[in-house]
Design a binder for this molecule. Structure first.
Ligand SMILES: [Zn+2]
Length: 388
């Protein structure tokens, strides 16, 4: 509730008191226990005022005060009451599983994932909603406390609308935003998963510099964060490096209709197909990874060629945005981490020496939780809205 909406005349003692209480609550909404001294410092209020207001807030059930000792001295720690604190929901829908995170501004209270029972079908929305409700219940939260929910989708999203032109047949006519909001019972916003991965990465690294989050999965895409917010671009397609042209002999038709898109030669799916032909055996993704881990020289070579094409695209991204960090995510780098060295080697050749020194290419430090953590972060703080 905003103090400016109050019926009390602005400038009155009551209005001031209410505004000051709200400032204390805003500090506590981030989710960490704070001492009265810290609250005084953070709000600029005097220690006596904080002490008075905290007593009132405790009486009203808004905060909980714990008495303890810090360095041998008696101390009071203030927390938001668990049933009053605003909660946020981060949701992530991948091709094979759903993930959910519940938290307050800075604190992640619960992250969980589940394999989808009906992958590729609109019924997965119900599965995501069920998972979210269970996570919320397990942290002792209620739906009324949820101030925001954001869902990460593997599709271009612009200002909350899914901008994909190639919607799979099963999803045609499904209004994902309306359906998801209805199923969970709170308004849900959607955002591109790689963009949210970039938001989480920037937060994890504690940087405002541009960072890129590259997904090397059954498709290829990159998300960019600048100043901690995702750069969506004019139509939600900034960073869609999977559709950069990668001139390779025998370029295939991409799902976008073009030939020689990076994705059609270097996605995990394209590697799997090429490797299957090369070894005269139909490999699935697990089989591909097993061969790479075992050091199969033919499968390794197929993957190296793909890595080279991907690194060239990362080079373009690096020249355009000069990211301080590029994190690569996906099953191949996760299970065969030395492929990151391969990417690094080729990226070095794709950019100038000066850029190369300024750009760190790393394995995604957040694992599978990057996207859902980014979603939670944007849900908890709408001011971290995506830049478009
Ligand atoms: Zn394409």
């Amino acid at each position: 509730m905003s103090a400016t909406r109050s019926a009390v005349a602005p400038g009155s003692q009551t209005a001031l008191r209410r505004a000051n209480k709200q400032r204390l609550l805003t500090e506590l909404d981030a989710g960490t226990s704070l001492s009265q001294a810290t609250l005084a410092r953070a709000t600029g209020l005097s220690a006596a005022t904080v002490s008075n207001l905290v007593a009132e807030l405790e009486r009203d059930g808004e905060v909980v005060v714990t008495h303890g000792t810090t360095n041998g001295r008696a101390s009071r720690l203030i927390d938001r009451h668990p049933e009053r604190r605003p909660l946020a929901l981060g949701l992530s829908l991948g091709t094979k599983f759903a993930r959910v995170a519940v938290g307050t501004g800075e604190t992640v209270l619960d992250v969980r994932s589940e394999d989808l029972r009906s992958p590729g079908q609109p019924a997965v929305l119900q599965e995501v909603a069920d998972l979210a409700r269970r996570a919320l219940t397990d942290v002792g939260g209620r739906l009324e406390q949820v101030s925001g929910a954001v869902m990460a989708l593997p599709a271009p999203v612009h200002r909350g609308r899914i901008a994909a032109v190639q919607v799979p047949a099963a999803w045609r006519g499904v209004d994902v935003v309306a359906e998801m909001s209805e199923l969970i019972g709170v308004p849900v916003r959607v955002a591109n998963d790689a963009n949210l991965g970039a938001v989480a990465l920037a937060h994890h690294l504690g940087t405002d510099a541009p960072v890129a989050f590259v997904k090397w999965t059954s498709g290829i895409g990159a998300g960019l964060a600048v100043g901690g917010a995702a750069l969506e671009g004019g139509g939600g397609m900034a960073g869609e490096i999977g559709h950069l042209t990668a001139r390779r002999p025998g370029g295939r038709v991409c799902r976008c209709g073009r030939t020689s898109c990076l994705e059609s030669v270097a996605s995990v799916e394209a590697i799997r197909e090429s490797a299957s032909i090369a070894v005269s055996e139909e490999l699935d993704e697990a089989g591909l990874i097993a061969r790479l881990q075992a050091g199969d020289p033919v499968v390794r070579r197929v993957t190296q060629e793909a890595a080279e094409a991907l690194a060239e695209a990362m080079g373009t991204l690096t020249v355009l945005y000069n990211p301080s960090v590029i994190a690569v995510a996906g099953p191949l780098v996760h299970y065969v981490p030395d492929l990151v060295d391969e990417l690094r080697l080729h990226l070095r050749r794709a950019v100038t020496p000066a850029l190369e020194q300024e750009t760190e290419l790393v394995l995604n430090p957040l694992g599978g939780e990057a996207e859902v953590r980014g979603a939670l972060r944007v849900a908890a703080a709408p001011e971290r809205a995506l830049l478009s």
